[in-house]
Design a protein around this ligand. Structure first.
Ligand code: FES
Ligand code: FES
Length: 159
């Protein structure tokens, strides 16, 4: 009986190397949650539609449900846990709470990752640019306006 093939790789997540041994076909979100133990990244549709699984790879937003963990070796992976500033929340996190942009919270980690990438490439986005930047992230609760307001507040330097 043949044994399933496994790969031993290192994943660099939020600046820390995590050695993991996985089947080659595992997607990044499942490895982040199960092997790495960081459960902030959510798994929603598992089909590149909802954005709940968004992480940054070398600063670029990627749906980690549709990305092989093995392909992320050698790249800098940032998850929502990595946007904290020590024990303090990132201003975007504080503004999301302040604006009421978090209800069930399932979309929030992915929103934060997309908004972080947007603000890194465009520190003063218009409302339309924010809506385009978050267009890959679905929210069933808030109607988006409060999330957009939180990104605007962060861009304006609040918190
Ligand atoms: S879980 Fe990845 S896009 Fe929905
Ligand atoms: S707050 Fe519930 S899906 Fe966005």
């Amino acid at each position: 009986m043949s044994m399933p093939i496994k790969l031993s790789i290192d994943l660099n997540v939020n600046g820390v190397d995590y050695p993991v041994t996985i089947e080659p076909g595992r997607n990044l979100v499942s490895v982040l949650r199960s092997e790495v133990g960081l459960t902030g990244t959510k798994e929603g549709c598992d089909d590149c539609e909802c954005g709940a699984c968004m992480v940054l790879l070398d600063g670029q937003p990627v749906n980690s449900c549709s990305y092989l963990a093995a392909q992320a070796q050698g790249r800098a992976i940032t998850t929502v846990e990595g946007v904290m500033r020590g024990a303090e929340m990132h201003p975007l996190q504080r503004n999301l709470l302040e604006a009421g942009g978090v209800q069930c919270g399932f979309c929030t980690p992915g929103m934060i990752m997309s908004a972080t990438a947007l603000l890194a490439r465009n520190p003063s986005p218009t409302e339309e640019e924010i809506r385009i930047g978050l267009s890959g992230n679905l929210c069933r609760c808030t109607g988006y306006a409060k999330i957009v307001a939180a990104v605007q507040a962060t861009a304006a330097g609040r918190y």
